[in-house]
Ligand binder design. Sequence first.
Ligand code: AMP
Length: 199
Amino acid sequence: MKRLCVFCGSNAGHDPRYRAEAERVGRLLAERGIGLVYGGGNIGLMGAVADACLAAGGEVIGVIPEALMGKEVEGRNVEHRALTRLEVVDSMHTRKARMAELADGFIALPGGFGTFEEFCEILTWGQLGFHVKPMGLLNVNGFYDPLLALFDHAVGEGFLRPQNRAMALADTDIEHLLDAMAAYRAEPVSKWLKEEKQL
Ligand code: AMP
């Protein structure tokens, strides 16, 4: 993997372990020579992962929609102004497509709606066969246990194929997650389940 896209919170969460883990991810990517692609923010876990990657000599490309440029949150610019490259795009949709194009894989750190949406959309593109790149959840502090349980529930209820469920890799440790992602090979399988006959 040459570049990895990280989705993560524009907040840092209450537990300091979230920020510490985001910093670890940034450093590790730099150490492994993997470029970071992310939403270009300077706030929350987004700022933490980018700063740590830059400080360790890594390449960081931010992709931010024009509408977020120049905004401030608690005295900080929303956009990061010291990246290797900041691409300004016209919309959230273009941003996601551009991040997907630049990266060879995707991980989600803890976050909120934005993070969930980005990760689930990239999974959706994967199950439709639009890309074959690895996708992983960094399950810091068990943060993603409820989402993983929901994915399993969707399999049990007949809304998700087990093979597609398996596309969402997860690990509590970033090194193990990166290893699993490097070994990942997408299995071509239809998204649609066979309709059961209603009795
Ligand atoms: P959230 O998890 O709701 O905090 O949203 C974070 C995710 O959505 C990031 O991966 C970003 O790509 C995007 N995002 C949401 N809010 C912002 C923001 N203020 N600045 C930059 N990107 C953001």
